[in-house]
Design a protein around this ligand. Structure first.
Ligand code: ATP
Ligand code: MG
Length: 319
């Protein structure tokens, strides 16, 4: 009882209201985005190239100025109490941006020092984070010599040096092979299990599926789908048809379990059913209700179309 009352009272890890960004030059990168991420959540922002993901993350981490809208991190408004909000956040940017001629250990210690962590404490944390990232053996290597996957893990270790309550990663696994990606997934799951809220952007539905409990799909600066991963996946499993009917529809439509039948007008029906279901079951029910189907066509599934176009864009980029 007590715990649930407390959970209800605690502010979201991230709350965004009607966020808009128009870049100089006129590109509208965000066209009114609103979302909430609960404390402890693992949340994905899924979307194709140019959707506005990095812009959104840039605004949350105060690297980009919003045109309008409000952002709060654990209830702290980033415009009014910027320093306080930034101390709650860890950011792993899309591009590798540490000094390639420094050693991982020094990169971490210096980063923490910049955020006011005393040197002895920073050294302790650096060892712990390098071990957690399986990079302790590379602590004194020249960072330039790290593999792509190691460099990405070093970026995560660096962000964890300030002990953020909210870790934000912008395409953490872009361009790394599947084995390294799996290793990074595990590292992120461990960080999340230890209590850190995580938000990541990705092109990969499978990555969001493997990691995230909730997600938003963003396209052309707008959120086009939002909710739990489970609900979204079950939507993907639905096939939609439009049926043209001979004559007039009766006032009451037959009921078939798991199927959504809806009259569009007097002689057109919208049909949605699970992919695995036998179409004949629906036809038998229609037949029993004296509804004669003249023709049918598939209605495209908006969500699926979006994923297909995202995948195509990704394939183009990788080629
Ligand atoms: N500094 C900038 N100046 C002008 N336009 C920009 C700037 N940064 C981004 N944009 C534009 O804003 C839009 C959104 O870009 P953004 O980088 O946020 O997308 P994204 O979802 O992160 O894409 P990707 O998956 O390719 O990283 C794009 O049209 C982009 O060209
Ligand atoms: Mg981006």
């Amino acid at each position: 009882m007590h715990a649930s009352r407390e959970a209800a009272a605690s502010p979201p890890a991230l709350s965004i209201r009607d966020l808009r960004k128009t870049y100089a030059g006129g590109v509208e990168a965000l066209k009114g985005v609103s979302l909430d991420v609960a404390p402890g959540d693992f949340y994905a922002l899924l979307g194709p190239n140019g959707a506005g993901k990095s812009t959104l993350i840039g605004i949350v981490s105060s690297l980009v100025n919003a045109t309008s809208g409000a952002v709060e991190v654990f209830g702290v408004d980033i415009a009014r109490r910027r320093g306080e909000a930034m101390r709650l956040l860890g950011l792993v940017p899309q591009e590798i941006n540490f000094n390639l001629f420094e050693q991982p250990f020094d990169i971490l210690v210096n980063y923490a020092g910049f955020y006011g962590v005393p040197r002895a404490e920073a050294a302790e944390r650096a060892e712990a984070e390098l071990r957690a990232a399986h990079l302790w053996g590379k602590a004194r290597a020249m960072s330039r010599t790290l593999s792509g996957g190691m460099k990405r893990r070093l970026m995560i270790a660096r962000a964890m040096m300030t002990r953020p309550r909210l870790l934000i990663l912008d395409e953490p696994t872009a361009g790394v092979d599947i084995e390294i990606r799996r290793g990074m997934w595990q590292a992120l799951q461990e960080i999340n299990a230890a209590g850190t809220t995580i938000i990541l952007t990705t092109h990969y539905l499978e990555e969001a599926e493997a990691l995230c409990r909730n997600l938003a799909i963003i396209d052309h600066g707008r959120i086009v789908e939002q909710g739990s991963m489970r609900a979204l996946l079950s939507k993907l499993d639905v096939e939609a048809f439009v049926l043209d009917i001979d004559g007039e529809l009766p006032p009451a439509l037959p009921v078939v379990e798991g199927v959504r039948l809806q009259a569009r007008d007097g002689h057109t029906l919208d049909l949605e059913m699970p992919r695995s279901m036998d179409l004949n079951r629906v036809f038998a029910a229609l037949d029993a209700a004296a509804i004669r189907v003249r023709s049918m066509r598939t209605r495209s599934n908006r969500l699926e179309e979006l994923f297909v176009s995202m995948t195509a864009q990704h394939a183009e980029r990788a080629a």
